[in-house]
Every structure is written in structure tokens, then in C-alpha cells.
Design a protein around this ligand. Structure first.
Ligand SMILES: Nc1ncnc2c1ncn2[C@@H]1O[C@H](COP(=O)(O)OP(=O)(O)O)[C@@H](O)[C@H]1O
Ligand SMILES: [Mg+2]
Length: 99
């Protein structure tokens, strides 16, 4: 891996109420790279995307966009920073894109 990641996720813990869903999730996406999250139903793929977009608040951890910390920002501020979520594919897939 070389250079600054476009999106970097470190040690994310996310809860819905008292249920912990994500346990220390980390990933790094480089410029020009496509990443797929794979896992059985209920594994936490959508929750990971929601946490990156600020729609599911992380209790611990950090999301950075080109080196700028965006975790903790409101979702519309994260979107304005250039991180978008396309969650409406007819085939059920969703994804994040950086502009
Ligand atoms: N809004 C919610 N409230 C409570 N639990 C939820 C909510 N959304 C998802 N979950 C639970 O979180 C876990 C992960 O779900 P999800 O992130 O949707 O998984 P995936 O996208 O990998 O199928 C599942 O156990 C699911 O039931
Ligand atoms: Mg899902």
C-alpha cells in the first residue's frame, strides 16, 4: 500500500441500542480501488456503510476521507465533503463513492 488512502476506517464499534454490531472494523480504500464487503445476511455490511456515512453513529473508531477525519460529522456534512452512498440499486447492492 502506498500513498494516502481515499477512505480509511479504523477500529469502528457500532451499536444499535445495547446490541453491538461492529467490533473494531477497519478498511482502507486507495485511489482507483474498488472494494467489496462480503458476508452472510446480518454480518454488518450495511451497518459498515451507514457508519462510514455517519448514518449509524460509531461509538469508537475513526473514518477519514483523504486524511480528514469525518467521523462525528453530520451525514450531510460528510456528503458535502465528497463521500456519497448509492443505496438504491435494484439488485440489492449498495456502495459508497468519493467525488
Ligand atoms: N436499525 C436496526 N436496529 C437494530 N438492529 C439492526 C438494525 N439494522 C440492522 N440491525 C442488525 O444488525 C446486524 C447487521 O445488519 P446489517 O448491517 O443490515 O447486515 P448486512 O447488511 O450484512 O446484511 C443484524 O443482526 C441486524 O439484524
Ligand atoms: Mg445489507
Amino acid at each position: 500500500m502506498s500513498g494516502q488512502a481515499v477512505v480509511q476506517v479504523e477500529d469502528l464499534d457500532v451499536y444499535y441500542g445495547t446490541s453491538q454490531i461492529l467490533f473494531g472494523v477497519g478498511l482502507s480504500v486507495q485511489q482507483g480501488e474498488t472494494m467489496a464487503l462480503l458476508g452472510r445476511n446480518g454480518a454488518g455490511k450495511s451497518t459498515t456503510m451507514k457508519a462510514i456515512m455517519g448514518l449509524a453513529p460509531a461509538r469508537r473508531g475513526k473514518v477519514t476521507l483523504r486524511g480528514r477525519v469525518v467521523s462525528g460529522l453530520k451525514p450531510h456534512h460528510i456528503a458535502r465533503a465528497g463521500l456519497g452512498c448509492d443505496c438504491a440499486h435494484a439488485d440489492g447492492q449498495s456502495g459508497a463513492a468519493v467525488a
